[in-house]
Design a protein around this ligand. Structure first.
Ligand code: 6R9
Length: 659
């Protein structure tokens, strides 16, 4: 992968280890290195420390029930409410006038919600949802862009015990329908549109189209009016309601938070896997909230008086855990931004860091690579001295990008936490503790206290330091997914098959990432080992993209692989065989691209569509993806002797190179 052309001081290029400053360590929430040992010696009781960060109605009886692995249960017997923990308790503690959410629209308009404001809005919308017929355990789908009504709706759902299923606004109508169908969701909250690079985007059209694809009845849809006069004139029909009108009707109403069992579902989040069907990852109330609170405290070092900004979209797990639940549970001010980092100029984020005096900033390597490309004059023009800590998530960060972030954003004063985790893990798993550990650019760090992550070979034996292997997690943790919605079998086969020994009741979680470990126990993530791509930090299943392409008229067969990309990390390369009678053409290429956008969304758009008469296949008829990847990356080709049709390779290479 190219390192980008961002300028970096020579002395930093050589440096392999970095220490947090004394000043940082002194103020850090966690700074005692003994914490690793404490957790290990006292496992699983150590997790009480996370549970104690929450307010409970009834205390739990047991920390961990492991009698039915891998269906673990945490904090059994306890009852609580996530909305109460993220909102009401801060107001009751006298902090109602502290800012909960600082929202900024792309055009610069701002909205500030204190915890008291948030409490009022959450209550009113919870009352509205009840009135629409939403009952405890009904799944409410939220197909919304980055507007404040999204976290408000999430917390309103949590208040009444209705799990939410947030669908990223950039996903297509088809993707919305698939997720609503899969979750049997009869309620939708959506938005008329939003702004991107100055243009108003019509979101309602996609929402309506998606609703058309839902195969059961939909009881009600609520629509946020974001665009006002810039709107596209969609009339609300039948059971569609306007957010403002609804909440006006319920003005001042209060809804008692429902007492949820620790193990009751808080939300579903769909994510890509190796098959064409997205997986409905189920997270529960207590374990998830305790875990995101604990990691927000220990890794993000959040304090109630901090202003914290995670630039992810709430439509992904990072936004759930570290824009909404973790920071709000701690009573922090969380920043939300609607638009892109380069509108109106490439310094938009730094302008906002300065304006809001952001203390802690969390973003993705793909963004950092774009900032590097744009050049350091954009951050250099702003006073970023409010920053105390930086973080990254979503994909491996190369040392050069890490150091650029360290130098140009953190002014060599802020520690960086490179946090490895997944939708399924609920929260961070492998990273340094910023107040404790040495940082090594390119390596996420050791597993967090209480997390038993290892690097193993195909037999499950730990590999020597420096050797590539597979990452596994050998003990459960509170934030873990509990199952896949309505599909316990797939839950077991996707995550607990490879390395577990069911006869001995030994369960090992397999996240499907490759990794290596060094002498100090620092883990470097090498990337996915399944057929899932990581495009700009977003997980996309190759099967999902392939089935979208094969759905295009005239396409006979398709294979999708990831090719290296300077900014996106990975990009989608599609190799396509056409049916007889169809010719390779620009029009065909466009139809394929559109097909992918319709089925998934613009994020899955292929970087290159390569037409080929055949795909390289082994004698047993399997597509040799490794070879297609090497071709996409213009790398030297590995062994081709097992191919049935080696002559096709040259052809494809010429096409990729010459395109
Ligand atoms: C939080 C999130 C999960 C996959 C994961 C891995 C990759 C995430 C990483 C990282 C290297 C990091 N990943 N963080 N790779 N270093 N710090 O991104 O969840 O969307 O489910 O993706 O992302 O491959 O398995 P999700």
């Amino acid at each position: 992968m190219s390192d980008g052309d961002g300028e970096l001081e020579a002395r930093l290029v050589e440096q392999e280890e970095f220490e947090p400053s004394d000043e940082f360590v002194e103020q850090a929430n966690v700074s005692d290195p003994d914490i690793y040992e404490e957790f290990e010696e006292n496992w699983p009781q150590c997790w009480e420390r996370a549970a104690d960060m929450l307010d409970w109605y009834d205390d739990y009886d047991t920390v961990l029930d492991d009698s039915d692995g891998p269906f673990y249960e945490w904090f059994q017997g306890g009852t609580l409410n996530a909305s109460y923990n993220c909102v009401d308790r801060h107001v009751e503690e006298g902090n109602g006038d502290r800012t909960a959410i600082n929202w900024e629209g792309e055009h610069g308009e701002t909205r500030t919600y204190t915890y008291e404001d948030l409490q009022r809005e959450v209550n009113e919308f919870a009352a509205a949802l009840r009135d629409l017929g939403v009952e405890e355990d009904d799944v409410v789908t939220l197909y919304m862009p980055m507007v404040p009504e999204l976290p408000i709706a999430m917390l309103a759902c949590a208040r009444i015990g209705a799990p939410h299923s947030v669908v990223f606004a950039g996903f297509s109508a088809d993707a919305l329908a698939t997720r609503m169908n899969s979750a049997d969701s009869r309620f939708l909250v959506t938005c008329d549109g939003y702004y991107r690079r100055g243009d108003a985007l019509d979101h309602m059209e996609k929402a309506n189209e998606g609703l058309g694809g839902v195969d059961h009845g939909v009881d009600a849809t609520v629509v946020v009016d974001r665009l006002g006069e810039d709107g596209f004139g969609h009339d609300l029909k039948g059971n569609q309601h306007d957010w403002d009108e609804l909440t006006d009707e319920h003005e001042g109403e209060e809804v008692d938070p429902v007492e949820r069992d620790a193990e009751d579902m808080l939300f579903l989040m769909y994510t890509s896997g190796t098959t064409g069907e997205p997986k409905g990852v189920k997270h529960t109330t207590a374990g998830y909230l305790a875990y995101t609170s604990w990691t927000s405290h220990s890794v993000l070092d959040l304090k109630p008086e901090d202003t914290y900004w995670c630039s992810a979209d709430i439509g992904w797990i990072t936004g759930h855990s570290y824009i909404v639940y973790g920071p709000l549970a701690l009573g922090t001010t969380t920043v939300m931004y609607e638009g892109t980092p380069d509108f109106p100029e490439r310094d938009r984020l730094w302008e906002m860091v300065e304006e809001y005096s952001v203390d802690v900033f969390y973003t993705a390597p793909t963004a950092i690579r774009a900032f590097m490309k744009w050049g350091s004059q954009f951050p250099d023009d702003h006073d970023l001295s409010s920053l105390r800590l930086l973080g990254t998530v979503g994909e491996p960060i190369n040392p050069r990008a890490w150091k650029w972030y360290y130098q140009h954003i953190g002014d060599e004063e802020c520690p960086i936490v490179d946090t490895w985790w997944q939708t399924e893990t609920g929260g961070m798993m492998v990273t340094t503790l910023p107040g404790v550990g040495t940082m090594k650019p390119g390596s996420a760090g050791p597993p967090l206290p209480g997390i038993d992550a290892r690097i193993v070979d195909t037999e499950g034996e730990e590999v020597e330091p420096g050797r590539a292997g597979y990452l596994t997690v050998n003990k459960p943790w509170p934030g873990m997914l509990r199952t896949l919605y309505d599909n316990d079998d797939r839950f077991v086969s996707e995550y607990w098959q490879e390395y577990s020994n069911p006869d001995a009741d030994e369960w090992v979680y397999f996240p499907e990432d490759g990794a290596k470990i060094d002498e100090d126990g620092y883990i470097t993530i090498l990337g996915r080992v399944d057929d899932v791509l990581n495009v700009s930090g977003h997980r996309l299943g190759t099967m999902e993209i392939e089935s979208a392409i094969v759905g295009v008229e005239g396409v006979a067969e398709a294979a999708v692989v990831g090719g290296d990309h300077e900014v996106k990390g990975e990009a989608v390369y599609a190799y396509v065989i056409l049916e007889d009678g169809y010719e390779e053409s620009e029009e065909m290429r466009e139809r394929i691209t559109e097909g992918v956008e319709d089925a998934i969304g613009p994020i899955a758009r292929p970087e290159q569509v390569v037409f080929t008469p055949e795909l390289p296949k082994t004698r047993s008829g399997k597509i040799m993806r490794r070879l297609l990847e090497e071709i996409a990356n213009e790398e030297e080709l590995g062994d081709t002797t097992t191919l049935r049709n080696p002559e096709i390779v040259k052809d494809i290479q010429t096409k990729v190179g010459g395109n």
